[in-house]
Write a protein that binds this ligand. Structure first.
Ligand code: PLP
Length: 427
């Protein structure tokens, strides 16, 4: 037996699973090469931005207290603005997560009486409470901001006719979610988002268009800010943090809107000038530097998983051959047992907390029980190999991340090992 196979066996992967997965991996060579090429170009884009900002050792440390004149923070925001091709950026450890960043972008730019439009159907679960779709204290609704939604057509495309009807004098902002999140709709390509933005601009030129860019960064060669979005928003414990950022969120966009966000994040009058970075600058920068490579690893893992589970007869979204616009892979198992087994496999393959068994629980912000598997260096980081599933039909598991491809691969093999134990297929 070859040494690699023996190594996998020592970690609990049977010969059958190993052979089955190895065959599938062999067939993915060309797709992996495409991903490597995108990674290479995004890597160069980031190096160029760092060089243009004259990044130096002095930027890697941070400030305490008020955080006035934090040179590292200023360099980071300049680099993000260059990478995302925007006028300005707000990249802060004080932005606690993606939901916070999205709330910030919305709350800072909407005023009582304004309306927010979602032209791509229901937004991410946690945004239901931000907006007030589900009654929630402190929601935008409580502040007199109304909301309107246009669902996608059956085939996952935009319903332009209804979107046109939904725009009226009060419509101030539009939120477009790039990634599917916890849904089984397709993720939108940057090109598709650009088409939608062009349509919206034509209907009402002064709309503020925000894209929830979570999980989409560096998957393609361009970002939604390059096709007309006024703001792109995301979390640093997803793609752009490269696994190293221990906290944080970003908003890149038009200067005026970013300024509004800064006044909301800190205080009117203070804005971007305060906010100590407490030593995270080096991690934000090195994480961004690594991000294209980490995203490429995660994408390879997602494609590997899609090919394995599709071959076994499950519905996988995206399917085994589709082009990719985010790092999420959904697998529809149709029963809770397989979903739980899948998550247990991902957990068992983790470097941290591999001995823990994940169980479904009532997670704040979600409307059903959720199971989450993650053995991450940064707590809750979903650019690290992780799987989440709401325990409700169609019993789909959402799988993402992997700081390295070998880890993503091992995690998926382990998931298959565990799913087989509760299923009746054989390989
Ligand atoms: C993760 C995610 C969010 C929320 O980010 P958190 O960091 O979990 O608060 C919002 N939208 C999308 C599409 C996401 O993937």
């Amino acid at each position: 037996m070859d040494s690699k196979k023996a190594m996998y066996e020592s970690l609990g992967i049977s010969e059958k699973v190993y052979d089955f997965c190895s065959e599938i991996e062999k067939s993915l060579k060309n797709r992996f090469e495409e991903i490597d090429s995108i990674c290479e170009q995004n890597q160069l884009k980031i190096i160029k931005a760092m060089q243009e900002a004259k990044l130096s050792e002095a930027h890697l440390s941070g400030t305490t207290g008020y955080g006035y004149n934090d040179l590292g923070r200023e360099a980071i925001e300049k680099i993000y603005a260059t990478v995302f091709k925007t006028e300005d950026a707000l990249v802060r450890p004080q932005i606690t997560c993606g939901t916070h960043a999205l709330h910030l972008a919305l709350a800072a730019n909407l005023r009582p009486g304004d309306e927010l439009l979602s032209p791509a159907g229901k937004p991410y679960d946690t945004l239901e409470e931000v907006i007030g779709i589900r009654e929630s204290r402190g929601s935008l609704k409580e502040y007199g901001i109304s909301y309107r939604q246009v669902d996608l057509l059956e085939d996952g495309s935009f319903n332009y006719e209804e979107i046109k009807k939904a725009i009226h004098s009060k419509t101030k902002m539009v939120a477009i979610q790039r990634s599917k999140g916890y849904q089984t709709r397709p993720t939108f390509s940057v090109k598709k988002i650009g088409e939608l933005i062009a349509f919206l601009r034509n209907e009402k030129p002064d709309l503020i268009i925000m894209v929830d860019n979570c999980y989409g960064e560096f998957v393609e060669l361009t970002e939604p800010s390059e096709v007309g979005a006024d703001m792109v928003v995301g979390s640093l414990i997803k793609n752009p943090g490269g696994g190293l950022a221990p906290i944080g969120g970003y908003i890149c966009g038009k200067k005026e809107y970013i300024e509004n966000c800064s006044y909301r994040l800190t205080s009117p009058g203070l804005g971007k000038e305060v906010g100590a970075t407490l030593g995270v600058n080096g991690l934000f920068l090195q994480g961004l530097f690594l991000a294209p490579q980490v995203v490429a690893s995660a994408l390879k893992g997602a494609i590997f998983a899609a090919n394995i589970y599709e071959k076994l007869g499950y519905r996988v979204i995206p399917n085994s051959t589709e082009s990719r616009h985010d790092i999420i892979q959904a697998v529809e198992f149709g029963n809770p047992e397989a979903v739980i087994a899948f998550c247990k496999g991902i957990q068992a393959a983790a470097p941290v907390d591999s001995f823990v068994e994940p169980e479904p629980w009532d997670m704040p912000g979600y409307d059903s029980q959720v199971i989450m598997a993650a053995g991450a260096f940064v707590s809750g980081s979903s650019i690290e190999l992780s799987a989440d599933a709401p325990i409700k039909p169609p019993y789909a598991v959402y799988f993402q991340g992997g700081l390295t491809y070998p880890h993503a691969k091992f995690g998926i093999m382990m998931s298959l090992q565990k799913v087989m134990e509760v299923s009746d297929f054989s390989i």
